[in-house]
Design a protein around this ligand. Structure first.
Ligand code: 1PR
Length: 536
């Protein structure tokens, strides 16, 4: 029946697959907008804005789509804007501009100010401060929702009648608006676990408000926990989740087969249910196998994104590529295929090292690197750079031109310092660039997040490399994800207490069922670290 149908306005600029998946998951059919009339004839409209403000307005200004949206909203018909779908309602935005918006809500959308040490983009889980009754936010008191954005609208006297919740990230910004049947949210309900799904359900069912208590707000996002699945084909050609010791994924016994720890889709769903705040897939042989030839990996993403309603990141093989038939693919095309299949972010390893080397050497941003191309189209927040450094011990910092750290535990020959050499091809080849230099370069090229591994610590269960993580997370203003070496719950609190990491990632302990995600979260809460506790 038409009651069960929702109209989706997807103007084709990016991944709205997760919004689709979430709507289907809630039992609704989707009707797609093809032309302006489809907006006018909708009973209930979801508008997930993706990409940059300017590009979106260009599309809206064609074929009367923007005008139709404005009229639909003026008639007070059920509307839900998501992320950029909130920002576009405002008068204008500073992003690529100023650019004129739909002008429904007074105010200009501006960028978070990273000059005061604030990490931008704002990526992660944050709590809302409701300021008035909002039907669809009903029941979210005290829970966290997932944000990914660099631009935000601010509350003012002119727009205060619209604001239904505020959120604090360095400053108080508009996290949701509502008036009559018109709603918009800056966060991603489709990526906010069961809490987000209930907000979407409230909108789809149009249930009206019953008071929300005002919650105290948080200064920063809460720290988050990521489950990582290293994926590759085993010797029979099946995709399996594997896990290395210092990046060696083969068993030391028998046939030296690839260690098999389970099926990627099953494990991803399990970790979502267990409370993971994000799931990462790393296609660890992507550097040699062409990922678009790797249809099983795309299939894994499609299936996983049907059941996993937190952010999904995928990495491996993102670079320009010429296939066996001589067809050339840009890294942007490779990434787009991952996004279309359900990824929210892509992670770039080897190619980021080459890009950073070139940039540091020439000082010129060519606009052609994978980081620049993908962030231009999908936004910085969609581009993660994965660093695979190896510790190199030295007696004195003057020995190398790279930034080094003073060690708390001396090296094998009594060395007191180390620098962190970046590698490519899954750790097989060391390059002449340090993790510190790489991190700063890729931030300038447009990376939105850094996934910081450490080959020495990988799979050892002896804790994160605190010195490395401190070095890098103090050097950049984008979020840093600590990775490699988690063995017990204390390692998570240690990394959050001693470094500026925004998230902590682990693999082996989750795969081997040694430490449940839930107990990591409980431990962090006990230690006073703010984390998201999804209602079970
Ligand atoms: O170079 O763009 O094709 O990307 C390849 C990607 O695959 C990179 O992100 C790289 O980190 C990853 N990768 C390549 N080879 C391996 C390997 O293990 N042989 N895995 C690999 C990286 C490290 C983490 C691991 C943590 C936590 N694995 O993903 O999950 O170290 O493990 P732990 O908690 O068990 O200690 P490109």
């Amino acid at each position: 029946s038409s009651h069960q149908t929702v109209t989706l306005f997807d103007y084709g600029a990016g991944n709205v697959r997760s919004v689709r998946n979430a709507i289907h998951h809630l039992g609704f059919h989707i009707r797609d907008v093809q032309k302006a009339e489809d907006i006018m004839s909708a009973d209930r409209l979801v508008f997930p804005g993706v990409g940059a403000f300017g590009a979106a307005m260009q599309v809206l200004n064609q074929n009367g789509l923007g005008e139709a949206l404005r009229m639909y909203i003026e008639k007070d018909k059920p509307f839900l804007g998501i992320c950029l779908g909130l920002q576009l309602l405002f008068d204008s935005s500073e992003e690529n501009g100023p650019v004129k918006g739909l002008g429904v809500i007074p105010g200009m959308v501006g960028r978070f100010d990273s000059t005061k040490g604030l990490i931008v983009p704002h990526i992660g889980w944050n709590a809302l401060q409701p300021v008035k009754d909002s039907g669809i936010l009903q029941g979210i008191e005290g829970h966290h929702v997932y944000f990914v954005h660099s631009y935000r609208a601010l509350p003012s006297d002119d727009n205060k009648e619209w604001i239904s919740s505020l959120c604090n990230y360095g400053e108080s910004f508009v996290s949701s608006v509502s008036r009559g049947n018109v709603n918009a949210v800056q966060f991603h309900p489709e990526k906010s676990g069961v809490v987000g799904l209930s907000i979407l359900r409230n909108f789809l069912r149009q249930s009206r408000s019953s008071g929300i208590k005002v919650q105290s707000c948080l200064k920063i996002t809460c720290q988050y926990v990521i489950a990582c699945l290293d994926v590759r084909a085993n010797d029979n050609g099946d995709l399996v989740v594997t896990k290395g010791d210092q990046y060696d994924v083969r068993e030391t016994t028998g046939e030296n087969e690839v260690r098999n720890l389970g099926k990627p889709v099953e494990l991803a769903s399990q970790y979502y249910k267990d409370g993971a705040d994000e799931v990462s897939f790393l296609n660890i042989t992507g550097f040699r196998d062409f990922p678009l030839g790797d249809l099983p990996m795309l299939q894994v993403l499609r299936s996983a994104s049907e059941n996993v309603f937190v952010p999904l990141t995928v990495g491996g093989g993102i670079r320009d590529f010429t296939d066996a038939n001589g067809r050339y693919y840009t890294s942007l095309e490779v990434a787009s295929e991952y996004f279309r299949s359900g990824a929210d972010k892509v992670s770039i390893g080897s190619d980021a090292v080459f890009a950073a080397e070139e940039y540091l050497c020439t000082g010129v941003k060519t606009g052609k690197t994978s980081i620049e191309q993908i962030s231009r189209v999908y936004g910085n927040q969609a581009v993660v750079v994965s660093i695979d450094p190896r510790r190199v011990y030295i007696k004195s910092p003057d020995e190398v031109k790279f930034k080094s750290v003073r060690l708390t535990k001396q090296g094998p020959n009594g060395e007191e310092y180390a620098w962190y050499q970046c590698t490519v091809k899954g750790g097989r080849e060391g390059r002449s660039i340090g993790a510190y230099e790489l991190a700063k370069a890729v931030e300038q090229l447009g990376a939105g997040e850094i996934l910081l591994n450490c080959i020495d610590c990988d799979g050892q269960g002896e804790g994160y490399d605190i010195e490395l993580i401190k070095l890098v997370s103090d050097a950049v203003t984008i979020p840093v994800i600590a990775s490699s070496g988690a063995g017990v719950v204390q390692h998570f609190s240690e990394v959050f207490e001693q470094t500026n990491a925004s998230a902590a990632l682990a693999a082996g302990i989750f795969h081997r069922n040694e430490v449940p995600i839930q107990s990591v979260k409980e431990h962090l809460l006990e230690k006073g670290v703010e984390v998201r506790m999804p209602p079970m």
